[in-house]
Design a binder for this molecule. Structure first.
Ligand SMILES: [Zn+2]
Length: 378
């Protein structure tokens, strides 16, 4: 049985091309070239013959033209890749010659190295996602200049203001009292002059419920809600929470979180130094911060920062536990009339914030140091 393949023929050392049909049987081939003019004469019945096993075929590249070098060195090209593939498979199956087995072997060798490289790539990719990105995110987040952190922070605050917050109902005097204490008592403990801390008072509502909350943006902007201030019993409780939030800023937790989730964008920002394209990220960061989606590890780090600074500022670490428990009671307590808030993700300040037991243990440890009048606790 013969196979007919249509294509073009290119004689060696010539720029001419001719339509031709390649006819292949089990052992031989014949190339029937269409009539053509040569030096004023029409040439008909031009035929080339040879052994099919002497033809070399290039590998298939999608649906581009297949190139066959014929036994006499001339070139035949065809778009009929499928026919060529069928012939190759036929030859392999019939083991017509060692040449075909060799070709198959080369194919297989190539395939196995391709598969091996693919396997290695997958392993690297998984490893990078699992260990590389968290490690690199940390490095990237800490390498970003403070000006970028500020830009991200301001953008996020705009988003949060637009979607989650309302103007405060606290009196000017009340705000002023907390702000001036923050300036004189807490800011000097921040340990980083590049961070421009600033307090913002806002009302935060879910349905008819006013939510107690506090969160910090990478810029050093810290938002306190009216209900949080209302639930506090004294200055120390407010300051303890503010120190915890300062801990998140100093440790660049929100930037790390942002980098892990938007790795490429952050890398580009780091490399190019311009924060274009941050607007979309700011929405995500804003939402995450408002609902306190920090990991336990971040919370523990911020707690540790806060407890250390509390000792320096002369604040009893129990103040921190007291205000957090009161906020938790408020958020999960008797609110039969207001069931909407319970299920809402924005009301989970303490359910994601704590590992309460661990937090209390750490507070107790620092309280002992506080009771002994120590400013450092090991
Ligand atoms: Zn926190």
């Amino acid at each position: 049985m013969s196979t007919l393949i249509a294509g073009k023929w290119y004689p060696e050392n010539s720029s001419s091309q001719y339509y031709a049909t390649l006819i292949v049987d089990n052992v031989d081939y014949a190339l029937q070239i269409a009539p053509y003019e040569h030096n004023g004469n029409v040439i008909k019945d031009h035929k080339l013959t040879g052994q099919w096993s002497q033809v070399s075929i290039n590998e298939r590249l999608g649906n581009t033209e297949r190139k066959l070098i014929l036994a006499d060195g001339s070139l035949f090209t065809t778009l009929d890749n499928d026919a060529i593939d069928i012939l190759i498979r036929r030859d392999i199956n019939s083991s017509a010659g060692s040449k075909w087995n060799l070709r198959l072997h080369q194919y297989e060798t190539k395939m196995s190295s391709v598969l091996m490289m693919l396997g290695l790539t997958v392993v690297f990719a998984i490893g990078f996602v699992k260990w590389g990105i968290p490690l690199t995110s940390q490095a990237v987040a800490h390498a970003l200049p403070q000006s970028t952190a500020e830009y991200i922070g301001k953008q996020s605050l705009q988003v949060i203001d637009r979607y989650f917050l309302q103007p405060t109902k606290l009196s000017d005097a009340e705000q002023q009292k907390i702000s001036s204490r923050f300036e004189t008592r807490l800011k000097p403990l921040g340990g980083n002059d590049n961070i421009h801390y600033q307090l913002h008072f806002r009302e935060m509502n879910i349905g008819s419920m006013s939510l107690p909350n506090a969160f910090a943006l990478p810029s050093g902007d810290i938002v306190l809600t009216d209900k949080f201030v209302e639930l506090s019993h004294n200055d120390d409780e407010i300051d303890a929470v503010l120190l915890h939030e300062m801990g998140h800023v100093v440790e660049r937790h929100s930037l790390e979180m942002l980098t892990q989730n938007s790795f490429t964008t952050m890398i580009v920002m780091l490399v190019l130094g311009n924060p274009d394209g941050i607007s979309e990220l700011a929405t995500g960061l804003g939402t995450a911060l408002v609902s306190n989606h920090y990991s336990r590890q971040y919370e523990t780090e911020a707690d540790e920062f806060a407890f250390k600074k509390m000792l320096e500022a002369g604040i009893n670490p129990q103040a921190f536990v007291a205000i957090l428990s009161r906020m938790e009671d408020y958020s999960t307590g008797d609110k039969e009339n207001d069931t909407t808030a319970k299920d809402d993700s924005l009301s989970d300040f303490l359910s994601t914030h704590p590992n309460t037991q661990l937090r209390i243990e750490m507070a107790n440890k620092y309280s002992k140091c506080f009771d002994q009048g120590l400013t450092v606790c090991d």
